[in-house]
Design a binder for this molecule. Structure first.
Ligand SMILES: NC(=O)c1ccc[n+]([C@@H]2O[C@H](COP(=O)([O-])OP(=O)(O)OC[C@H]3O[C@@H](n4cnc5c(N)ncnc54)[C@H](O)[C@@H]3O)[C@@H](O)[C@H]2O)c1
Length: 329
């Protein structure tokens, strides 16, 4: 049985990955989820998985090298899939320290622990052990991240850089859940600047499928871009989500009346707001055979339906959500 160590598995993409992997492989795999449970993590994202004999949760900080080494000592880990990170750009502007700590130091702690556990006496690695760092397109234009480690040590790893994800289980501070949440509450929808910043968007299930395919078919030491061929301005996103909400809410739902374009409020732009991110996912298509499958409007409808179903459930601590969302917009 193959054992996966997933970090950040209580967050948005990590939890979707865990659900996807259990649906695909069932009891052929064992998953260990290491998550600190910051404001962004919720064990409610793992409903249906907790209690499963092939799943184990450790609440730990990836910067805590003793705790991480213990996980490697207690389990024979075959794959590391590393999602744990501080992920919200607004927060990185206000408080960069925790970003450097988790995203840089925490990644190094994990790499060192995996290297220590996996290195053979002759300094090589078994090829069935792999480390996948799930990164973002935001790192382009700045320094490369963990590339040095793979090449210096011949350490068996891949990096993926993905564009913006959307879908179930995303924290409400992020754009699409924020639009849904505010529109349902009849609250203003803040949009940075002129709303014309462009991002590429990918449905999260397509992303996690791509991650599995990179692990199965990708060449070691390679970096793969994952993207949706789906660039949209922020203001387009707002209109598409509002439209999907109007279509998904039942006729007699009184919240429908409040969902209108008047809620859109342009606010002062984010500092250093990059105008456009684009990603070219040709390499993953050619080498791995992955391509985005979910049509954007269909993905948005699925996402809206998920939030409508779950809006009554307390997936995240509501007070913390309100504090964090309001402080960001
Ligand atoms: N969301 C996107 O659109 C997107 C797109 C491409 C890439 N990514 C990247 O994928 C990764 C995961 O993103 P996400 O959207 O799922 O993030 P998220 O914020 O939803 O989840 C992050 C998870 O990591 C955990 N965590 C944070 N610090 C930790 C620490 N020190 N130790 C252990 N656990 C910790 C949190 O509790 C949370 O469960 C990030 O590296 C992000 O940059 C995200």
């Amino acid at each position: 049985m193959r054992t996966y160590l997933v970090t950040g598995g209580a967050g948005f993409i990590g939890s979707n990955y865990i659900h996807y992997m259990f649906e695909k492989y069932g009891d052929e795999i064992f998953i260990i989820n290491v998550d600190k449970l910051t404001y962004a993590g919720s064990l409610a994202n793992l409903r249906g998985v907790e209690g499963c004999p092939n799943y184990r949760f450790y609440q730990a900080d990836i910067c805590d090298s003793a705790a991480i080494r213990t996980v490697f000592k207690e389990h024979r880990i075959d794959r590391v899939v590393h999602f744990a990170a501080e992920s919200h750009v607004d927060r990185s502007i206000k408080d960069p320290e925790v970003f450097v700590r988790t995203n840089v130091l925490g990644t190094l702690v994990l790499l060192n622990a995996a290297k220590e556990a996996w290195e053979q006496a002759d300094g090589t690695y078994r090829t069935d052990r792999k480390f996948l760092h799930v990164s973002t397109d935001e790192v382009y234009g700045s320094l490369g991240d963990a590339g040095f480690y793979m090449h210096t040590y011949g350490f068996p790893a891949n990096i993926t850089n993905c564009s913006n994800n959307y879908g179930p289980r995303q924290h409400p501070e992020k754009l699409i859940p924020m639009i849904i949440r505010n529109a349902l509450a009849g609250k203003q929808i803040p949009v940075y600047g002129d709303g014309r910043n462009i991002r590429d968007w990918l449905y999260v299930e397509d992303h996690v499928k791509g991650l599995d395919m990179v692990q199965e078919k990708g060449r070691l030491f390679e970096t793969y871009n994952i993207g949706g061929h789906n660039e949209k301005t922020n203001i387009e996103i707002v209109h598409i989500v509002l439209d999907a909400l109007r279509r998904c809410l039942p006729e007699n739902d009184r919240r429908r009346a409040g969902i209108c374009d008047d809620l859109i409020t342009f606010v002062e732009d984010r500092k250093g707001h990059d105008r456009r991110y684009a990603i070219a996912p040709d390499k993953i298509r050619e080498e791995v055979g992955w391509r985005p499958e979910t049509d954007f409007e269909e993905g948005i409808r699925k996402t809206v339906r998920w939030y409508l179903d779950f809006s009554t459930q307390n997936v995240y601590d509501n007070k913390r959500i309100c504090d964090s969302v309001d402080s960001c917009h």
